[in-house]
Design a protein around this ligand. Structure first.
Ligand code: ZN
Ligand code: MN
Length: 501
């Protein structure tokens, strides 16, 4: 009973809710001085506090509070003059205390918003995502299930626990429900997470590496029949760890819900797990209600009461908002909407800007990073940032083309050389003996040769059919191994055939 996505959005109206957990990049943990460095030997970054040994007492990390306030300010939130930590009680082996220190009814930041822009059928459209709260908490440890085919606990022989991550500062950012996105719901969700990632990166408060789990998204979605005011039952897909997966998970859940509703069945309120390979979700646990956690104020910690003057200082020091930066760059570079969206999607905005700041023309810088270099990165299945070519290399290549020392075709050979680690553009030009043929005598020899090989085409040009010259110019470029300046070839060729343009 497959139902297409178009049918789903014709019949139902999706409502989103997004919860994002961000690991802060503080040097020490939230409530102790253990290191937070990623990838250490298991259980080497622990102490009585983060292992919850009896009598150990937590102390709040001041830098974590500062980072959380910065996040709240960047998301246009109110900052609470007074907030408290709370215990969220539940049992899980990776959480040694059997409760998580979090915030409940008194979060440190509340009532903010993020605007995102989507390329819709009617052009670029802005959607406002309202942020309900931003609160501080601690991460759990990690379970490793050994034996069994899936790496999941089912079928495993035994499990290992690594508490290095237990107690790493986490910030949870929760949206209000997001109505009104219609068929763009999956893209709006993706754009929101991307915007958050860019804001957090700009603030320098987190590594925001989704694949390493330092930014994780729980995606809630429900459907209501078109025109209805009643919210449907939501499902929550946990720990989605890439932008693409956020989009796929929501699209998949919308289809799954619609199939249930069409069949007269009910959507169960539950958590679900996204499976990268199929793009589908599988059922997790049925969702706890807040009362199941028996929240109560954390008696071992004093309330957080940040000084108003300090908050104002942090507000003044906020970096440029990514959405404003994009608008500014779009104007400065004079880029059409589609091109800008393509750069944002390909994640090359930073690298293009760095190249422009080194003196390259924006159009040229953009076309190298988005064109040839992105193509190489795709072939190698890495991001452009991982290639051994830097903004300085690209700026140098653009300058060499401008000076007439390279043609576009030769410049592509230089890019290949830089990516292959052969050296700087200038070194590659010297080593490979790459040079533009700008000696008119050599070009004329090639032109005469080509015209005698293709007399009929040459005659057409002589008779005034200028477009036929393209084939001859191509042949001359081939003859000179791409080292000729195509504009000069055209000029000489047309002159040779009695045409001036
Ligand atoms: Zn510790
Ligand atoms: Mn949480």
């Amino acid at each position: 009973m497959a139902i297409s996505y178009d049918d789903v959005v014709a019949k139902y109206d999706p409502v989103l809710g997004l919860e994002v957990h961000v690991e802060l990049n503080t040097e020490s943990k939230m409530f102790c001085s253990c290191s937070t460095v990623f990838g250490g030997e298991p259980n080497t970054q622990t102490c009585p506090v983060c292992l919850a040994l009896p009598g150990a007492l937590p102390v709040v990390n001041a830098r974590a509070i500062e980072s959380t306030i910065k996040i709240g300010l960047a998301l246009n939130c109110q900052i609470a003059p007074y907030s408290r930590f709370a215990r969220k009680n539940y049992f899980y082996p990776d959480m040694p205390k059997n409760f998580q220190i979090s915030q409940y009814d008194e979060p440190i930041c509340f009532d903010g918003y993020v605007d995102v822009e989507i390329d819709t059928d009617e052009g670029l459209k802005e959607f406002r995502i309202e942020v309900e709260r931003v609160h501080m908490e601690e991460d759990t440890g990690k379970s490793l299930h050994v034996g069994g085919a899936t790496g999941r606990i089912h079928g495993a022989d035994y499990s290992l626990l690594d508490y290095n991550r237990a107690g790493i500062p986490l910030v949870e950012i929760v949206t209000k429900i997001v109505p009104g996105t219609g068929k763009y719901a999956p893209e709006v969700a993706r754009a929101y997470v991307a915007e958050l990632r860019d804001i957090l990166r700009g603030l320098g408060v987190s590594d925001v590496k989704m694949e390493q789990g330092s930014l994780r998204c729980d995606a809630n979605v429900s459907l209501k029949p078109m025109g209805s005011d009643l919210l449907g039952t939501r499902s929550e897909t946990k720990n989605v760890n890439s932008l693409r997966s956020v989009e796929r998970a929501i699209r998949g859940e919308m289809i799954r819900h619609a199939e249930l509703l069409d069949a007269g069945a009910k959507v169960k309120q539950e958590t679900r797990h996204f499976q990268e390979d199929t793009g589908l979700t599988r059922s997790g646990r049925s969702k706890e209600q807040a009362e199941d956690y028996r929240y109560f104020p954390e008696p071992d910690l004093v309330p957080v009461a940040p000084d108003a003057a300090w908050i104002e200082e942090l507000r003044k020091a906020l970096p440029e908002r990514p959405s404003l930066r994009r608008k500014r760059l779009k104007q400065e570079w004079n880029v059409p909407d589609k091109e800008m969206a393509a750069m944002v999607n390909a994640d090359v905005l930073d690298i293009v800007e760095a190249t422009v700041l080194l003196g390259a023309d924006p159009t040229k810088a953009r076309s190298w990073w988005l064109g040839e270099i992105s193509r190489i990165a795709n072939d190698k299945e890495v991001s452009v940032a991982e290639l051994a070519i830097t903004p300085a290399d690209v700026a140098e290549i653009v300058a060499l083309v401008n000076k007439g020392e390279l043609t576009d075709k030769l410049a592509r050979q230089v890019v290949e050389g830089v990516v292959a680690g052969e050296g700087t553009p200038a070194e590659i030009v010297a080593k490979r003996g790459i040079k533009v043929v700008n000696d008119d005598g050599a070009l004329m020899a090639a032109i005469e040769k080509v015209c005698s090989e293709q007399p009929e085409t040459a005659q057409k040009v002589r008779d005034g059919h200028i477009p036929a010259a393209g084939a001859l110019i191509g042949a001359v470029m081939k003859e000179t191994k791409g080292q000729a300046d195509a504009a000069r070839v055209r000029e000489l060729l047309l002159g040779h055939l009695g045409q001036t343009n």
